[in-house]
Design a protein around this ligand. Structure first.
Ligand SMILES: *Cc1c(COP(=O)(O)O)cnc(C)c1O
Length: 397
């Protein structure tokens, strides 16, 4: 069993703040500051260029990838870190389309995160081979899986509502019509147990700065199924994905397996922060995490529905059909969230009317949930949101 009181003590959270936004930016692990400082001073400062070998910098994207692999049902050597999630989406989609050259449709859902759709639009435009991106409502995906589909590209957990696709069912259905599947785990990795190998997923991508707490700008990860890893053509053929980067061969030859999905120089300082965060994750049992996250989410929903009749649940009511976030609709959701943040409970807002709360057992306990409900009820009862200062939209919502 995981001791969640012990994991909570490993995070640095401002006194009095209840942080329900770890689905957007995870908090600072207490050990991360010293780890990054050590990497800067002892490695960068003292070893300089030799640290690529002596401090193991060059292998860090694979080493940390293996540790993330345990959390998502991937074996050693199947996950590598680097770049941002948008870039990893592009790489996965380019490789998948290449493996289905006779098909022209990329299928996704209308709830997908815009950057994933934008990257697909950009890639299809550059390919200029008559592909189209077809987006249907999430509940119509299964019916839309036809033999025209080259690639099914989905985000497992919807960033607005927390609605979760059934990875096993949709992967199997996609394979039955000959399509490949890319799962975006942005709101799944570190939020729930995932079994990419068991589901037979072809590609998966995700970020580390949300539930995995690597800090702003932390590198993304990519998984390629072992059966495809040596066949997948890397569209972003950077030197660190080359079979022999230090041969400085003018012609590209992909490295074996997942290493070919590396592109350029990895973010070493950011990976030092991720390394500290993964020390916490190494102790976490994902089934226990899921059970705790459901218990906390159910309590939050029950409390908010009892105390805030103005808010409407936007997430699926069945906990097994949602990820680790709970969302409510409210016309003045932006102002209400600003008022709630001013009261020390941090969630976020997604247009047009969604108030979003990440429920993360690693550092959120039942007292926090009760306090959050209390303060939200106060914001609603006293109409604290009805104040011009809470209506001015900042650049980042
Ligand atoms: C957070 C998120 C992104 C962000 O991509 P970056 O390139 O890391 O900024 C992309 N896709 C999904 C589904 C996300 O939730």
């Amino acid at each position: 069993m995981t001791d969640f009181a012990a994991t909570k003590a490993l995070f640095s959270l401002p006194e009095g703040m209840i942080y329900l936004d770890g689905n957007s930016l995870g908090p600072l692990p207490r050990a991360a500051g010293a780890r990054v400082a050590q990497c800067m001073q002892d490695e960068w400062g003292e070893m300089l260029i030799t640290a690529w070998n002596r401090a193991g910098w060059m292998d860090q994207p694979a080493r940390l990838g293996d540790r993330i692999g345990r959390l998502i049902g991937a074996g050693p050597g199947q996950v590598v870190l680097g770049d941002t999630l948008s870039i990893k989406v592009y790489q996965a989609l380019a490789a998948a389309l290449d493996l289905r050259p006779d098909r022209k449709v990329v299928l996704s859902d209308t709830g997908n995160f815009p950057s994933d759709l934008y990257m697909a639009q950009g890639l299809l435009g550059s390919l200029d081979r008559g592909h189209s991106l077809r987006c249907v409502p999430p509940e119509e995906i299964e019916a839309a899986l036809t033999e025209e589909v080259a690639v099914l590209m989905l985000t497992q957990v919807d960033y607005r509502t927390g609605r979760m696709h059934d990875m096993d069912v949709l992967t199997e259905k996609a394979h039955s019509v000959g399509a490949l599947v890319i799962w975006d785990l942005a709101h799944s990795a570190g939020a729930l147990p995932i079994d990419l190998g068991g589901a037979g997923a072809d590609f998966a991508v995700g970020c580390t700065y949300k539930f995995l707490n690597s800090g702003p700008g932390g590198p993304a990860f990519i998984y390629v199924a072992p059966a495809l890893a040596d066949a997948a053509r890397p569209a972003l053929s950077g030197w660190l994905g080359h079979a022999e980067p230090f041969a400085f061969d003018p012609d590209y030859r992909p490295a074996p397996a997942i290493a070919r999905m590396r592109v350029g120089t990895p973010p070493i300082l950011q990976m030092a922060a991720l390394d500290a965060s993964l020390d916490i994750w190494d102790q976490v049992d994902m089934q226990a995490l899921r059970a705790r996250s459901i218990a906390l989410s159910e309590a939050f929903i029950a409390g908010v529905e009892a105390r805030c009749p103005q808010l409407q649940l936007a997430s699926p009511r069945d906990p097994h059909r949602r990820g680790a976030q709970v969302s409510f609709r409210f016309d003045e959701g932006y102002a209400a969230m600003q008022a709630l943040i001013a009261a020390g409970v941090v969630g976020d807002f997604r247009a047009p009317d969604i108030m979003r709360f990440g429920i993360t057992p690693l550092y959120t306990d039942m007292d926090d949930i009760e306090q959050a409900v209390e303060r939200l009820a106060d914001v609603m009862d006293k109409r604290l949101w009805d104040n011009p200062k809470f209506r001015t939209r900042a650049g980042v919502t």
